[in-house]
Ligand binder design. Structure first.
Ligand code: ABU
Length: 374
């Protein structure tokens, strides 16, 4: 085989990067998974809701008197140990399926830091790599979380993203948010709300489906964040669909799950026939069966609702990793021809992350630029 001068130059400017199979390529939530990041529990520290940005993100349904009782802090050692074990099991399954698995580098999230505008007594965790990084096709996008404690959270993925950059992946970041006090509001109900002073959103507010992205406007993603994302993606041919008035709190991935082209899983407590995003109205629906609450309540104030049970990872359009404690959901998926690998995250609700949250798919076997709604 001969190599042209151009190919030689390209390979020189893109040195082979160890452990990855090439640039990122993940345009949707369901195409066959080839490479993924799985989070870690070690080093986690739950931020105190005395910081309004943590109150907003983690406990925005609780009033001031209730959050005054919540301390935050390191997780109990048993919770960390159990979760590491559950994550290792997940890693083993994925590797057994031939998927390349990466883990975030160890980060000590207990360390304080500050900016000119505020001080954060700690970071948070590396448990949910889904939350802050959005992979759109061939591009890595760091999203502007409104949570101060998460400001440096992507440190654990930096080395991996540099490897993808060397392999040819564009890697961009939204304008680093200042997160001044003015961004956070207290509503008439006494609960915190996210303002519009600057773009702020987390990647888990977004679901990807080829050229279409669904962006949840909520306490973890403002309209200004949607405008920024659209400003970057619309010129590349993407459509960003706002999802409003569906779920006012954190993230979209326990409210809507894209199972395969033409099939969507919907949370019946949050979505109605009238609020299904219009692009998805022509798809078949599975209304998620009621969740069975079987988890250990390992912390007094879990970071997620029981609907975390529908927070699943599609390994391919025919195979899902689903909470083993949800037999009704598993049966509903199997009835639609979706195979299920039941898995457990014993403390998922306490830590605020199910199988979609604790993973970040970086490579899926999918053509780019597919229009699933043409
Ligand atoms: N990404 C976690 C979403 C949790 C919830 O909807 O309760």
């Amino acid at each position: 085989m001969t190599i042209t001068t151009e190919q030689a130059a390209a390979s020189e400017s893109r040195p082979a990067a160890a452990g990855i199979s090439g640039p990122v390529r993940s345009p949707d939530e369901f195409s066959p998974l080839r490479e993924v990041v799985v989070g870690r529990a070690r080093g986690a520290f739950i931020p105190s809701p005395r910081d309004i940005s943590a109150w907003l993100a983690l406990y925005s349904h609780l009033g001031a008197a209730q959050v005054a009782e919540i301390q935050g802090g390191a997780l109990p050692a048993q919770v960390v140990a159990d979760t590491e074990e559950d994550l290792e099991t997940l890693v083993g399954t994925l590797r057994g399926l031939g998927v390349v698995v990466h883990r975030p580098a160890e980060v000590d999230h207990t360390r304080p830091f500050s900016t000119p505008h505020w001080e954060s007594p700690s970071g948070m965790y590396s448990y949910c790599p889904r939350d802050l990084t959005l992979i759109v096709g061939d591009t890595i996008i760091e999203t502007p979380s409104s949570v101060r404690a998460r400001y440096h959270e992507l440190d654990g993925l930096r080395e991996l993203f540099q490897r993808y950059l060397r392999a040819g992946s564009p890697w961009i970041s939204a304008p680093k948010p200042q997160l001044r006090d003015e961004l956070y509001e207290i509503g008439v109900d006494g609960l915190p709300a996210l303002g519009e002073q600057e773009p702020a959103f987390e990647a888990a507010n977004v679901l990807r489906c080829g050229l279409d992205l669904f962006y949840q406007v909520s306490s973890s993603g403002n309209e200004f964040g949607r405008i920024w994302l659209e400003s970057v993606l619309a010129p590349r041919g993407y459509r960003v669909h706002p999802v409003r008035d569906v779920y006012p709190f954190t993230h979209l991935d326990s409210t809507i799950s894209l199972i395969r082209p033409g099939l969507v899983l919907l949370n019946p407590e949050r979505v109605t026939e009238h609020t299904i995003p219009s692009a998805l109205r022509g798809w078949d629906r599975i209304w998620c069966p009621a969740m069975r609450e079987l988890r250990t309540h390992s912390t007094a104030h879990p970071l997620s609702s029981p609907w975390l049970g529908m927070n699943l990872l599609m390994v391919s359009p025919e195979l899902a990793i689903v909470d083993a404690a949800q037999p009704d959901l598993i049966a509903a998926l199997e009835q639609r021809g979706v195979g299920v690998l039941p898995h457990t995250l014993r403390h998922g609700q306490a830590l605020g992350g199910g199988f979609h949250c604790v993973t970040l798919d970086t490579i899926r076997d999918a053509p780019s630029g597919v229009d699933y709604f043409a």
